[in-house]
Design a protein around this ligand. Structure first.
Ligand SMILES: *Cc1c(COP(=O)(O)O)cnc(C)c1O
Length: 367
């Protein structure tokens, strides 16, 4: 049996009629950018995320970039980012002209370790960017306390964690202004690129709204220097359909994760996802770890089971960041995670046979 790492089949079959109707609506309306579909989606998503404001943008990286711009963070400012993250976190900070200050993750949760943040703070630090990696919420109470103590802004990267709670509060609603992505493979994904900012601050919301549209609210009147990063009507219409299914798809992800948790528990040398006290997890990825990662991946590939590595090369060792002068050994926890992590399929719509096939082959590998 072949089990793909990613599959949209199970989701798409449920929503096909509604997606076609959404397309038809936009086709008939003949209005493609900054219209009622976007307004409707922004309203629905802000309600879902329990924040006052949602601003749709073209993608998740732009959302992070616009969040930094809205906070006036740029040249000469330092931003604390996870060493263990997707490259977008770093690109947003360097793209804004600010300085990346990487901090190691907690070896158990893989998320930014709050206990290591204070040592990285200087007089130039302006913000902390927690990333709720793989779908698990960061320790937001500790991070918020540090931000308050040092008067720092918080920009959450919620691209992998739509609908996750930390101690009863949704990720994407803690920070001053937060970013998310609706890249197709995310838990809430468009049929193309899309992203959004979420915030409770009306003036930051207005600034983000200007920034995404040439710095302009009234056509041909440019108040600030902006960019072109808009979430188009078609994607907004599609996202409104998919948002209605997000909670049920998240429950499916959680049930699949619970089966893996049970079936893979106690295997020597295999580390399963660890849930920190108070932290929710929406299993954007189900990441297991083993020193025999490459062997295990090869074994599963041979058996027709798709896997992926998030992420094989840490940001500080990427060629793009050579000029920062980091070398192997500078962030040992991050490097260790890159060498031992393996993501296994956790798709809504997976059949019981597929789920069983995945855990059986992993059990088999370990004898
Ligand atoms: C996907 C992702 C992004 C970037 O989103 P895009 O829409 O692809 O630009 C940023 N941060 C994290 C953690 C992501 O997973």
């Amino acid at each position: 049996m072949n089990v793909p790492f990613l599959s949209f089949a199970g989701q798409n079959i449920l929503i096909e009629k509604e997606i076609r109707a959404a397309f038809e609506r936009v086709f008939q309306n003949k209005w493609y950018i900054l219209g009622n579909e976007l307004l409707a989606f922004e309203k629905q998503y802000s309600a879902y995320n329990q924040v006052e404001h949602c601003i749709g943008v073209a993608n998740g990286l732009d959302a992070l970039h616009i969040a930094l711009k809205a906070l006036n963070i740029g040249c000469g400012d330092e931003v604390i980012v996870p060493a263990n993250t997707f490259i977008a976190s770093w690109l947003a900070v360097s793209g804004a002209g600010a300085t990346i200050v990487p901090v190691e993750p907690d070896i158990k949760t893989y998320n930014l370790d709050p206990d290591k943040i204070e040592a990285a703070i200087t007089s130039k630090t302006r913000a902390i960017m927690p990333v709720h990696l793989y779908g698990q919420a960061c320790r937001m109470d500790a991070i918020m306390r540090i931000a308050q103590k040092y008067h720092l802004s918080i920009i959450e990267d919620n691209a992998q964690a739509h609908g996750t709670l930390y101690k009863g509060k949704l990720t994407g609603s803690f920070g001053d202004i937060n970013a998310t992505s609706f890249y197709p493979t995310k838990n809430l994904g468009a049929f193309g690129d899309a992203g959004a900012l979420t915030t409770g601050d009306a003036s930051l919301a207005r600034k983000a709204m200007l920034l995404r549209n040439y710095g302009s609210e009234t056509k041909y009147h440019n108040e600030i220097i902006g960019v072109n990063s808009r979430l188009d009507e078609l994607q907004a219409a599609f996202l409104s359909v998919k948002l209605k299914y997000l909670n049920s798809w998240t429950s499916e992800r959680k049930s699949i994760a619970a089966i893996y948790d049970k079936q893979l528990a106690g295997i020597a040398g295999l580390t399963l996802p660890y849930l920190a006290p108070g932290a929710g997890h929406v299993y954007h990825l189900y990441v297991i770890r083993t020193e025999r990662r490459n062997e295990l991946q090869q074994h599963l590939t041979g058996m027709g089971i798709g896997t992926a590595i998030h992420y094989p090369i840490p940001c500080h060792l990427q060629k793009a960041y050579q000029h920062l002068g980091y070398k192997k050994g500078d962030f040992p926890i991050t490097e260790h995670l890159a060498e031992t992590s393996l993501s296994i399929p956790v798709n809504p719509g997976m059949s019981d046979e597929e789920i069983t096939c995945v855990f059986k082959k992993i059990q088999e590998f370990h004898g």
